[in-house]
Design a protein around this ligand. Structure first.
Ligand SMILES: NC(=O)c1ccc[n+]([C@@H]2O[C@H](COP(=O)([O-])OP(=O)(O)OC[C@H]3O[C@@H](n4cnc5c(N)ncnc54)[C@H](O)[C@@H]3O)[C@@H](O)[C@H]2O)c1
Length: 236
């Protein structure tokens, strides 16, 4: 929504046709341009087809936002099945990697482009998420590597690292009593619940020309969660 309000034509690639359709409708009702292309990022062939379709039908992709991801329930390593581990990595890391690999030569040929990856506060600190945490750390590492590799081609690569954000999966966990709303808010230096619109503003900034000198960064978008974590843990 935020990218569309900023004037971008938005192509949503997702496995959730219904969810994507409702976002497309909302953007179009507000005067923006949007369309949907089904794509499972765990399927490499679908990603190449996705970029071919989009560039044939809509022209060059200037901004790639890698957002597809699945969460993991907190658990110990011995309780995390290898199937769950593989699924998290197939989508959160391999899917993102293949998207970057597919777009890089296209952007290099044009000497322009922006890649924005959704990392996480779990990229930065330890949580009981032995599959998801390392996957998000890999996203941050790849962001830095690609910023260096693609910088000479005037391509910027950045990430955002949101803390717990009130998206549908988190809302479902709060509703099920698995997460505590007030505790999440209390974990942030600024005691507010992070919402998708807050993250979208950080993404919009990093994708815009206002951030033309910023590349290789993983920007915490977290109401101060990261600084609060260590600050309040200081032994008094
Ligand atoms: N919600 C949070 O607290 C939080 C915090 C930090 C980072 N993140 C990250 O933000 C991103 C968005 O997550 P969200 O919380 O908005 O959840 P979400 O479920 O609302 O969004 C994730 C999207 O990815 C899509 N998706 C899942 N598997 C896919 C696949 N194989 N191929 C294509 N699309 C697929 C889903 O259909 C969904 O639309 C994820 O990368 C997530 O890890 C979320």
């Amino acid at each position: 929504m935020r990218q569309a309000r900023g004037g971008d034509a938005v192509i949503i690639a997702d496995i959730n046709e219904e969810g994507a359709a409702s976002v497309v409708s909302e953007i179009m009702e507000n005067g923006g341009k949007a369309s949907f292309v089904p794509c499972d990022v765990a399927e490499e062939a679908q990603i190449a087809a996705l970029f071919d379709t989009v560039e044939t039908e809509h022209g060059p992709i200037d901004v790639l936002i890698n957002s597809a991801g699945i969460l993991q329930n907190p658990e110990a390593i011995e309780d995390t099945s290898m199937a769950d581990y593989d699924r998290v990595h197939a989508i959160n890391v391999r899917g993102l990697y293949v998207c970057c690999r597919e777009i890089a030569p296209r952007m290099q040929a044009r000497q322009r482009g922006v890649i924005l990856n959704i990392a996480s506060n779990t990229s930065l600190r330890a949580f009981p998420l032995p599959a998801y945490g390392p996957a998000k750390s890999a996203v941050m590492a790849l962001t830095e590597i690609l910023a260096a590799e693609l910088g000479p081609y005037r391509i910027r690569v950045n990430a955002v690292a949101p803390t717990a954000c009130l998206t549908p999966p988190l809302q479902a966990r709060i509703d099920a009593g698995e997460r505590d709303y007030d505790m999440i808010v209390g974990n942030n230096a600024i005691p507010r619940m992070l919402v998708p619109e807050d993250v979208a503003e950080g993404i919009f900034f990093l994708c815009s020309d206002r951030a033309k000198a910023v590349t290789g960064a993983t920007l915490p978008v977290d109401y101060g969660w990261q600084v609060w974590l260590s600050y309040r843990a200081y032994p008094k």
